[in-house]
Design a protein around this ligand. Structure first.
Ligand SMILES: NC(=O)c1ccc[n+]([C@@H]2O[C@H](COP(=O)([O-])OP(=O)(O)OC[C@H]3O[C@@H](n4cnc5c(N)ncnc54)[C@H](OP(=O)(O)O)[C@@H]3O)[C@@H](O)[C@H]2O)c1
Length: 278
């Protein structure tokens, strides 16, 4: 096994999409695993179809494991790699482990529990095997051309010709561009020991209110989409009658700040995340 052999999960994720160029230049063996072969897979990457719910035990040994799939899929993967564990583990969790831990919305609470349990179980296994472990908890991720909040909001806005923006949406958000997250992960892959605590939150280069974030997404559409200010109680009533994948917890958190304490991390990484430019 080469000193820089890499095993990667979640290459179809938003940060994974932005990592292709760096992976294509990686000077050692790279194996990517997942359920769906990525459409644009660099020629140097070996692909293996794997459902991480039930990972096989014959995966190729690697010095570094970069895990971008949901964090709760990491503990079984580490068990599958127990005979030849990696020296370093870089993984993506979510700041929802903290921000959704105490909402009244049971669906959100279950997600937070799943994330926190995945982190703890992965850290326990890393400690047991002497693996250097770095887990990042990103805020909202955006930046993929066809995935995430921006195409979703604009898609709905184009159909309705307006987009409902809840009033009093004063809680701060700190959206993180997937390319900046990819750069941070790549830096960690290169030097996992130099980058501080085992579990760290990470956000983008600008903090703005939830309402301002949605308005900026709408303003950047071509042609721009008109925001429609709606009182939160009215929106709550609409969601009750026509429930989608946005639950009541999202409305409860509109006035709460969801930002990351990440200044030291970005300094250590030697990177500057971009402001929110959807
Ligand atoms: N989206 C956000 O705003 C946000 C915010 C904070 C944290 N996060 C975290 O950041 C990471 C990336 O999020 P994302 O929204 O960009 O990506 P995503 O849509 O959640 O992508 C998930 C990735 O995980 C893989 N995956 C999922 N289940 C799998 C399974 N059973 N077996 C094998 N692979 C599996 C998928 O591979 P296949 O395509 O092969 O199924 C895909 O590559 C995730 O860990 C997510 O929890 C996301």
């Amino acid at each position: 096994m080469s000193a820089r052999a890499l095993l990667v999960t979640g290459l179809n994720s938003q940060p994974g999409w932005f990592l292709n160029a760096a992976l294509a230049e990686h000077p050692a063996a790279v194996t990517a695993i997942g359920r769906r072969r990525p459409a644009e897979l660099p020629a140097n990457i070996a692909w293996r179809g794997v459902d991480l719910e039930t990972p096989p035990r014959d995966l190729p040994a690697a010095r570094v494991l970069l895990h971008m799939a949901p964090i709760w899929l990491l503990p079984p993967l580490l068990d599958a790699l127990a005979d030849a564990p990696p020296a370093a583990l870089i993984a993506v969790s979510s700041s929802s482990a903290r921000t959704k831990a105490r909402t009244a919305d049971s669906h959100e609470r279950r997600l937070a529990e799943r994330l926190a349990h995945g982190e703890q179980a992965a850290q326990g296994r890393a400690e047991h095997h002497g693996i250097t472990c770095r887990i990042l908890r990103p805020t909202l991720i955006y930046g993929h051309p066809s995935r995430g909040i921006i195409p979703r909001v604009r898609g709905i806005g184009r159909r309705l010709r307006v987009f409902p923006v809840p009033m009093a949406a004063t809680g701060l958000r700190q959206p993180l561009h997937a390319a900046d997250l990819a750069a941070a992960l790549w830096q960690l892959v290169s030097a996992p020991e130099d980058t501080g605590a085992s579990l760290q939150e990470i956000g983008g280069g600008e903090r703005l209110t939830f309402g301002a974030m949605i308005r900026r997404i709408l303003a950047g559409a071509v042609p721009p989409i008109r925001p429609l200010p709606v009182p939160a109680p009215l929106l709550r009533g609409v969601l009750r009658v026509a429930p989608g994948d946005v639950g009541p917890g999202m409305l409860d958190r509109l006035a709460q700040d969801q930002v990351a304490d990440d200044r030291v991390l970005w300094q250590r990484l030697g990177l500057t995340p971009r402001p929110f430019q959807p």
